[in-house]
Design a protein around this ligand. Sequence first.
Ligand code: PFF
Length: 473
Amino acid sequence: MEGQRESIHGQWSSRLAFILAATGSAVGLGNIWKFPYIAGENGGGAFVLVYLVCIAVIGIPIMMAEVMIGRRGRQSPINTMRTLAAEEQAGRAWVMLGWAGVLAGFLILSYYSVIAGWALAYVFRTGSGLFTGLTADGVQSIFTSMVSDPERLLAWHTIFITMTMVVVARGVSGGIEKAVKFLMPALFVLLFVLVGYAWNSGSFQQGLEFLFQPDFNKLSANGVLIAMGHAFFTLSLGMGAIMVYGSYLPATTSIAKVSIAVSLMDTLVALLAGMAIFPIVFANGLEPGAGPGLIFQTLPIAFGHMDYGAFFGMLFFVLLVFAAWSSAISLIEPAVAWLVENKGLTRVTAAVVAGLVTWLFGLMTVFSFNLWSEFKPLSGFEVFRDSTVFDLLDYLTANIMLPLGGLLIAVFASWKMSRASSLDELGMGDRFFYPLWRFLVRYITPIAVILVFLYALRDIEAIQYILNAIGIT
Ligand code: PFF
């Protein structure tokens, strides 16, 4: 590769290290906490199908684009965009893409950390045997009493942000590389154990049908947007996290291969989580659309009735915390790298500054579950009728900011960067796969994202009204 730059932040020690770090970023609360509950709220099968199509057609090509841009720029996303935009004569406004990513990272981590805090709390709750022998009702009321206490949520949120700051302060390769190597396989093993339990729950069939039998009548236009947004969220795309990890990637690694590997592992974890959770939901007469509390109200039932359930339960939530931890790091790494590059801060100071900003934003989510639980800022719109501030933050970041960021990344990589640059950086020859990738990111990805956006607008009454007025619907 010509004209290689070097990152001042260091490099992954190997291709495997990148795969693990990027998988660590991708596999997180999105797979185990969020995927099951949004699939549950949006009717199951059809939602899952749209999500899988989005991973294949939009996610993998954009991941390649993002890693490629990162490795070519070898700086924080903000400076990478500035440098590459100048090099490719693309206009200075592209730097805004880096800034938007930093903002999205802060906003996502602000609520991500609160939920990771729930997982932390559950390490102790399951470990102490609190759920042993409890019915679904008992488990549910433990969850409700936790989230209605703002002080408790704040304490766990503070602990999780501190954990994130500590790792980011130490740089990524040393600690996290080693941790992820052990944790990811362990997470897989435990998920299989849970799928095994669900298998015997008596409702496995019903769980599978719910996940894999598409019924498009149950999927709203807004649900399609949520499925697409989730494809971005779960692969950590559209905000510079994968870009900044790409900037530490060794020069000779095949970007296509690592992107596909990361996407497949991520998808597998989400599907396994669904296969573990829905049978338990149905076997216990619970609601698949229970919302953000779903896994905290279902899995403890399983653990409460299993041999050594307290131990496995504790282990499971420990792993969930680690999965969230390795994602959280990647959410503020773009901001931290920029603070080091442009403000001359040490990594430690940069991590503390970024952590504090996130902590403050996190208060909005903490209060959404208690003090502000009746505050529904956009209740005038039917789709947001029941949305708390937390729901809106999640919607704005996952369903709007990330797809928009991803769309712009695709446009930059395929319309603004020269063919020679991307061909050189991807290094996969010019036979079949490169033209296929370029076609996907040039046309299919942007058009798909725009169509889904437009389609989802149908669910917003104000737009419906206009469409009706001009006779389009
Ligand atoms: N991919 C993570 C998950 O599924 O939990 C969340 C995430 C991490 C989103 C990093 C975006 C990001 F940049």
